[in-house]
Design a protein around this ligand. Structure first.
Ligand code: ACO
Length: 319
């Protein structure tokens, strides 16, 4: 599998830390020093994940020079689309004018490497040639806006990559260790006449310190595994693109791998944590800034609810 093109799209509204202090007992200093976040984009009343996802997807197709009619499959990573059903992928397929199967995939913040793995499997088996992966997340709609320890972290956005046949994917590892206690969002929206009670949605619950420890240790474990599997060492990697959950997590991983700061770009300062969309948004920003050259080796790593993790080593093949 090769990456042919990238795209991203963000809501128009930027919410800085100062604005959060109007309704939360928090401060710009606390949020910046504990997370690195200064501002995040938040979906407005007239915006949808469908709109963001379609824009990100169209930009990836344009970057690749591929027409919508030539896409064979659309995979959408999302925790929750605009509707429970139809899937966001199906709505995106129609909105973007694609004539192909489409499905959602939920692996929380690890959704992007999970979706890349699925894309690779379809391409390697010959069942698809051009696979569009879109990751679109509206965490502002899932946050508990009275819980200062979680809601300040999140932002909304969409990222996309168009994948095609090739040898660029050198190694990929996914894990899931089902455990609900430290990171979850419960939902029973409707109830039934047979005993299930409808429950009000309480938003995302996270035990921050536990998740922090899990994030650093799993990222290191997975990166070492995929880099080794690819026959490389961390020194051979040109750019590490990590899930943007907390700048301190990225910094801890970088320090333990003994790598220079410029190999670990971040955008969490301006984007916050956009769950599965964070890696493809950052990839697109780096691609458009001319950060990559053909032959560069990228290492990606994500972690999130499940608990799930995913990492891969991929060569940049675009000119
Ligand atoms: N403003 C001010 N004070 C706050 C805030 C806030 N926004 N949030 C928490 N505090 C307070 C706490 O109440 C606590 O006060 P106390 O000492 O009086 O009890 C104090 O700050 C310290 O709280 P901690 O939870 O110990 O703070 P910590 O340094 O661990 O930072 C954080 C919290 C940022 C959540 C960190 O633990 C973290 O980043 N965890 C990992 C998050 C993550 O990776 N999530 C990814 C998966 S989730 C997803 O991607 C959807």
């Amino acid at each position: 599998m090769n990456i042919w093109g990238t795209g991203s799209a963000l809501p128009a509204l930027s919410v800085d830390n100062e604005r959060l202090t109007k309704f939360l007992d928090t401060s710009d200093e606390w949020i910046r020093s504990r997370t690195g976040i200064c501002e995040r984009r938040i979906l407005g009343a007239d915006e949808t994940l469908l709109g963001l996802g379609a824009q990100a997807g169209a930009r990836a197709l344009e970057d690749a020079g591929v027409l919508p009619a030539d896409v064979d499959l659309l995979i959408c990573a999302t925790l929750q689309g605009d509707t429970i059903t139809p899937s966001l992928a199906s709505l995106l397929q129609a909105q973007m004018g694609l004539a192909c199967p489409a499905f959602d995939l939920n692996a929380a913040c690890s959704g992007f490497p999970y979706a890349l793995n699925a894309a690779d499997a379809f391409i390697a088996s010959g069942k698809a040639r051009a696979v569009l992966v879109v990751a679109a997340e509206g965490l502002s709609r899932l946050a508990n806006w009275t819980d200062r320890s979680t809601c300040v972290l999140f932002g909304d956005g969409a990222g996309a990559v168009l994948c095609g046949p090739g040898e660029a994917l050198k190694a990929l590892k996914l894990t899931s260790a089902g455990a609900k206690q430290i990171l979850y969002a419960d939902a029973e929206p409707g109830g039934s006449p047979f005993g299930t009670k409808a429950r009000a949605f309480a938003g995302i619950h996270m035990e921050g310190q536990e998740v922090y420890r899990f994030a650093v240790s799993s990222c290191l474990r997975d990166l070492e595994a995929v880099i080794g599997q690819a026959g490389l060492t961390p020194d051979d990697i040109d750019c590490f693109v990590l899930h943007q959950a907390n700048k301190r997590i990225v910094e801890a991983v970088r320090a333990r791998l003994r790598q220079p700061e410029d190999k670990f770009p971040t955008n969490i300062e301006r984007r916050g944590n956009t769950s599965s969309a964070s890696i493809p948004i950052l990839l697109d920003e780096l691609n458009r800034a001319g950060r990559f050259k053909a032959g560069d080796r990228l290492a990606l790593a994500a972690f999130g609810a499940g608990l799930t993790t995913g990492a891969c080593v991929i060569e940049w093949t675009k000119a």
